[in-house]
Design a protein around this ligand. Structure first.
Ligand code: NCD
Length: 327
């Protein structure tokens, strides 16, 4: 059976983004993803200019509620909000000091009572962001919930790939490492699959995860086979904070079998693009020489695209409350 043609361009008469929140890639149509990437494209030059300021969110309050540690994602949302003129407030709570259940809902109600115009949430529990979204009056953006989804990461990865490769459809993308614990992998599987890439999950058997088949990816437990002919190789960190037992014998052995080295990368296409969402563990999942290879590594560019993608998302999600015509 031939697959239906990929509808990645906004069909005529269809609203480009009919969602109140951005909770995951799973809820997005291919053309909504493409349209969001096009929106983000417009912010890249602004961010490269001297005066990086657009006041469309002036007077609006953005709360970044981070119940889990983060450096780049929090900073990226803070910068994105400020460049759009919003009043940005960061609330960071160490995961250990937050109790589950009622406390989470109480927090949601507390945030809501301060009349934010948009809330960005990171939380260690899958589904927690959705729970909060149901309780508040403003749009909610998921900045990573447990192992579930991290939609803006997948969007920035897609933007990086699209700009470097000119397309996503038809590319072979190998996502390698701790798939089991990775929300980045889950969001990427869905986004890249939806835009027509051939996606591989490459991991030791203990770190593949039971749900990957459902996400339409090809599973490889041998790294060399998984890298063979890949256009893009995306490395993931061993998420030790989410591991309750021994999933890998030792980091040395892990690097030996699954670490990305220049020798191993030779199995991929000569113009392969190397990516990593960060934070990187050099010498564990990726060799320093590969991470710093400016010809092939797009790791810094991913961070740059992150700000543009988040500006696009903040703009789009607040259009209805700002009374933008058609929203
Ligand atoms: C990722 C995350 O937090 O999900 N990092 C990020 O957002 N840049 C991946 C990770 O923590 O390994």
């Amino acid at each position: 059976m031939t697959p239906p043609p990929l509808q990645s361009v906004l069909p005529e008469g269809v609203h480009p983004f009919p969602h109140r929140h951005l909770l995951g890639i799973a809820e997005l149509k291919p053309w909504e993803i493409t349209w969001l990437l096009d929106q983000a494209e417009g912010w890249i030059e602004v961010n490269r200019g001297l005066r990086k300021r657009d006041d469309r969110l002036a007077g609006l309050t953005l709360i970044n509620a981070f119940f889990e540690n983060s450096t780049r994602t929090l900073l990226s949302f803070e910068i994105a909000g400020k460049r759009l003129g919003a009043d940005v407030v960061n609330m960071t709570v160490a995961a250990s000091s937050v109790k589950k259940g009622e406390t989470l809902l109480d927090t949601a109600l507390t945030l809501n009572a301060m009349h934010p115009d948009i809330i960005v949430i990171r939380h260690g529990e899958s589904g927690a962001v959705q729970l909060i979204a149901e309780k508040v009056d403003c749009p909610v953006l998921n900045a990573g919930d447990g192992r579930h989804e991290h939609p803006t990461q997948a969007l920035l990865d897609a933007l990086t790939i699209r700009r470097r490769k000119g397309r996503i459809e038809g590319l072979t993308v190998a996502i390698c490492g701790d798939i089991l614990h990775s929300r980045v992998a889950r969001s990427n599987f869905q986004l890249l699959g939806s835009l027509g890439a051939k996606v591989r999950a490459v991991a030791p058997p203990t770190l593949v995860g039971a749900d990957v088949d459902r996400l339409g990816v090809d599973v490889y437990t041998d790294m060399d086979a998984g890298l063979d002919g890949a256009d893009v190789v995306m490395m993931l960190r061993l998420q030790r904070e989410r591991m309750s037992g021994a999933y890998v014998p030792s980091t040395r052995e892990y690097f030996h079998f699954y670490g990305l080295t220049a020798a191993r990368l030779a199995a991929a296409k000569p113009d392969v693009l190397v990516m990593h969402p960060g934070p990187m563990n050099r010498g564990v999942e990726i060799d320093t020489a590969v991470a710093d290879d400016i010809a092939r590594s797009a790791i810094s560019e991913q961070v740059e695209m992150g700000v543009a993608v988040r500006m696009a998302c903040l703009d789009v999600l607040t259009r209805r409350s700002r009374g933008v015509p058609g929203w």
